[in-house]
Design a protein around this ligand. Structure first.
Ligand SMILES: Cc1cc2nc3c(=O)[nH]c(=O)nc-3n(C[C@H](O)[C@H](O)[C@H](O)COP(=O)(O)OP(=O)(O)OC[C@H]3O[C@@H](n4cnc5c(N)ncnc54)[C@H](O)[C@@H]3O)c2cc1C
Length: 446
């Protein structure tokens, strides 16, 4: 058996390295950045982190269960998180498996016999690193290269004479100094960055298409996502209760100029930020409608109003991107690969995707459980082929419902959204169908 290739040393890749080590599966990791930490390493050229960023989910619901964070902060900063991932890598001897500063440029199936699935003989991985281009053959490839690196930058009618930036390029609020700023999109990053901007900019407007639900960081004196853990309520009951709790704590965002949401709570990713509402209440920023067109420094909005701006910040999210592998091998359909449990191409071709989950509160532990399932499957392929075959045959039947009963909005970024409870329950159940991979701290080098 050739070793496995693992792409990425962010939280998902590290979870993959840990699970493969624990299962005694030889592997080699490739990381484009100089060290572990993924996008939490603000110095990683592909990082979309910014100076003011902190966890949005709380520490205890996010950390790896087997490795609690040495922090008392409920919502630690990106600097603390980078240190955490370094400590995690040290604790389990993960760095030694990686080539750093080494970017994978191509993942291609090795030649197969007629009628065989491409990938059945393994994969050739080409990478570029400090020693130039390298090529190696691997029996499987785990893709953990992240989901929030490739900007989704929509184009608009007309020409803007000021500066247009995507949040992926945003690092410091100094960029706002004295400028008239328009932020497009009020997702979690858009709201965080708008809060940064009010302290620096001449003016800040936030352009939104739809309404949002705003969750405070603390409810009843505790990090809000720590309430009701492990006892998920049925979707309609949770929606009924939480909508009223939010109304009691944050009031109605329509009062501050937001449109009324045309969907129910949790049918899109909630915004964990109430500072934005404080600043709206203080008159530090304004909500404006959807953008219609640019004309020099003027921006025209869909309701016929307009404004003058120096800087437009696109908080318009990211595309999934696996640029080094042909789309057909990942079973791409429309906005995202269609994968069994968001991990396994239905042809079981030896590619595995780790971290392609968007969910409220799934944390790194959710990613670690994905990694355990992939490692357990690979171990079963090696040690118990009949169990691996039975696992594959489940993917031929109807796929489990991972929505938790929520009807997610039909948006690109929701195309791989899951409900954390439904997802983790399903992954755990399937893990139980595979023989337990050996659990030790011992690591195996490729
Ligand atoms: C501002 C911000 C706040 C966030 N807050 C939270 C939060 O509170 N809770 C939460 O759970 N999540 C949060 N996230 C989501 C975040 O994506 C995850 O926490 C986590 O970083 C995902 O880990 P990952 O390993 O899948 O991806 P990443 O962290 O993106 O790591 C991917 C790694 O792959 C490497 N790579 C990419 N392409 C290649 C290649 N071709 N060759 C080799 N290496 C490659 C990259 O250099 C990178 O190191 C936040 C994200 C942002 C931007």
């Amino acid at each position: 058996m050739n070793p496995i290739a693992l792409i990425g040393a962010g939280p998902s890749g590290l979870a993959g390295a840990r699970a493969l080590s624990r299962a005694g599966i030889p592997f080699h990791g490739f990381e484009a950045g100089a060290d572990v930490g993924g996008l939490w390493n603000i110095d990683n050229p592909r990082s979309t982190m910014y100076e003011s960023a902190h966890l949005i989910s709380s520490r205890t619901t996010t950390e790896f269960a087997e490795f609690p964070m040495r922090s008392t902060a409920d919502y630690p900063s990106h600097r603390e998180l980078l240190r955490y991932f370094g400590e995690y890598a040290d604790e389990f001897g993960l760095r030694e498996h990686y080539s750093f500063a080494t970017r994978v440029t191509s993942v291609e199936p090795l030649p197969v016999a007629d009628g065989e699935t491409p990938g059945a003989s393994g994969w050739r991985v080409i990478a570029i690193g400090p020693d130039g281009e390298t090529s190696g053959d691997y029996s499987a490839v785990v893709l953990a290269n992240g989901t929030l690196a490739e900007p989704n930058a929509p184009s608009f009618r007309g020409e803007f004479s000021g500066e247009i930036l995507h949040t992926s390029a945003y690092k410091s609020p100094k960029v706002f100094d004295g400028r008239r700023v328009l932020i497009i999109g009020a997702g979690n990053s858009g709201c965080d960055i708008a809060v940064d901007a009010v302290h620096h900019a001449a003016s800040v407007d936030l352009s939104v298409r739809r309404g949002y639900y705003f969750v405070p960081r603390y409810l009843f004196g505790r990090p809000s996502d720590t309430l009701n853990q492990g006892r998920p309520l049925p979707a309609p009951i949770k929606q009924f209760i939480d909508k009223r709790v939010l109304q009691a704590f944050t009031g109605d965002p329509v009062r501050f100029g937001f449109p009324k949401p045309d969907y129910r709570i949790y049918e899109s990713h909630p915004i964990v930020n109430t500072l934005i509402l404080n600043h709206l209440g203080q008159g530090d920023l304004r909500i404006v409608p959807d953008l219609d067109r640019f004309d020099g420094s003027t921006v025209h909005f869909s309701d016929g109003t307009s404004g003058e701006y120096d800087l437009v910040m696109l908080a318009t999210g990211y595309h999934l991107d696996y640029p080094f592998v042909d789309r057909e091998h990942l079973n791409w359909t429309a906005a995202s690969p269609k994968l069994y449990l968001n991990m396994f191409p239905p042809s079981f071709n030896g590619l595995f995707v780790l971290g392609m989950i968007e969910a409220s509160g799934i944390g790194w532990q959710g990613r670690a459980e994905q990694a355990e399932l992939i490692a357990a499957y690979l171990a079963a392929q090696r040690d118990a082929p009949e169990a691996a075959a039975a696992f594959r045959s489940r993917a031929d039947a109807a796929w489990p419902d991972l929505s938790g009963g929520y009807r997610y909005l039909g948006l690109e970024r929701m195309s791989y959204y899951v409900n954390k409870d439904a997802y983790r329950r399903t992954v755990k159940k399937l893990l139980g169908t595979l023989p337990a991979a050996s659990a030790s701290k011992q690591t195996v080098s490729a």
